[in-house]
Design a protein. Structure first.
Length: 367
């Protein structure tokens, strides 16, 4: 049957593009499978993990079932070993045209941000990029709005449908927009890494998942780009998403930026964590963008989050409010950050941070 993106009734199932590099699954894949599992359950359908590559082990493929996948499609080909736009686009689109999934989720990674729009254009469907929340159930979406917006949900009419409700930051993170794609399929979304929680690994799921190897027809003559060599950059990036402790700085370090960053790094080192920052610090050029926490940065779920000189704008809170323990230091006792904090200290961070560092070191020395 000819592929027709307007024939919405012909599509079924939730797919997650499971990104791998060098045969190693990326953590974003597990996050998306965990979220996809919820969507598939609400729709009463199957969740499928899609892997493109070469030399990916059976163990890695089966592990996707441990995070919720009912089945895995593995497209193996020499031209898929290293990511190239054309090869991956052709392989994924061909598979979509054959199997017709209702929903396709990709991580908002460098690869996902390149691959998703090209696939959406070729499949003649819509794409919502950089999402932070997904729902298909209207009642669950209403519950989300009650906690994340000022909308009078109970007085607002909602259409009862199974469309994927894709919520993402808009206008630099000052607004949240929910987008639907009611007339075309599949409904495609890229999801920001770190936003969705990874469910605990289930060995029973890994044992029962089915892996189907898909034959892919690709020819070097069709590919305008040939990968000759992959050279990895030596620059070390901060792992905010995987850190158990994050010490973040905000505009409050403006009095002495160099010292403020040094104190944050020393405190992070003492706690075994990493340094994060608010958008204000990144925009000012005080710290690289990969340190940014918030709606337009990274969403983190550490055991401990220390906010030094951060006022607590809603855009920043959205990226760290799920931390297990939040410690805030700010000169302004009325700063919004204290409303989200488990422990708050109203004081000068340049005085408080050294005291915290010494206290942590003293506790560690006493063990």
């Amino acid at each position: 049957m000819e592929f027709n993106s307007k024939d919405t009734g012909a599509f079924q199932g939730v797919w997650v593009f499971c990104e791998q590099r060098g045969g190693v699954m990326q953590s974003t894949s597990y996050q998306l499978l965990s979220e996809g599992r919820k969507l598939a359950d609400d729709l009463g359908t199957q969740l499928t993990g899609v892997v493109l590559g070469q030399g990916v082990s059976e163990e890695s493929l089966k592990a996707l079932g441990g995070y919720g996948a009912d089945q895995v499609y593995y497209c193996e080909h020499q031209l898929l070993e290293v990511y190239t736009t054309d090869a991956y686009t052709k392989a994924l689109c061909t598979l979509v045209e054959d199997k017709k999934p209702e929903i396709v989720l990709l991580g908002a990674t460098n690869i996902g941000r390149d691959l998703a729009p090209r696939c959406a254009a070729r499949l003649h469907t819509g794409l919502t990029a950089d999402c932070t929340h997904l729902d298909v159930d209207v009642e669950k979406y209403k519950d989300f709005l009650r906690g994340a917006s000022t909308i009078d949900v109970d007085s607002t009419p909602f259409e009862d449908n199974r469309n994927l409700k894709m919520t993402r930051p808009a206008f630099g993170g000052h607004l949240m927009a929910t987008i639907v794609c009611p007339r075309f399929r599949p409904q495609m979304s890229t999801v920001r890494p770190g936003v969705m929680r990874t469910q605990p690994f289930d060995q029973a799921g890994a044992d029962k998942v089915t892996v189907e190897r898909i034959q892919v027809e690709l020819s070097p003559s069709e590919m305008p780009v040939e990968v000759v060599e992959v050279v990895k950059a030596a620059r070390e990036l901060v792992d905010l998403i995987g850190a158990e402790v994050v010490v973040s700085v905000g505009r409050g370090i403006s009095k002495d930026v160099e010292r403020g960053l040094a104190l944050a790094q020393e405190l992070a080192d003492a706690l075994g964590g990493v340094v994060g920052a608010s958008r204000a610090c990144v925009d000012a050029g005080w710290i690289p963008a990969d340190h940014q926490v918030g709606q337009t940065g990274k969403t983190v779920h550490p055991k401990i989050y220390v906010a030094l000189g951060i006022s607590g704008a809603i855009q920043h809170l959205a990226g760290m409010q799920d931390a297990q323990c939040i410690i805030a230091v700010n000169r302004n006792a009325d700063a919004p950050i204290f409303g989200a904090a488990d422990y708050g200290i109203a004081g000068d961070l340049y005085q408080v941070a050294p005291m915290l560092i010494e206290a942590v070191k003293a506790v560690k020395a006493a063990r």
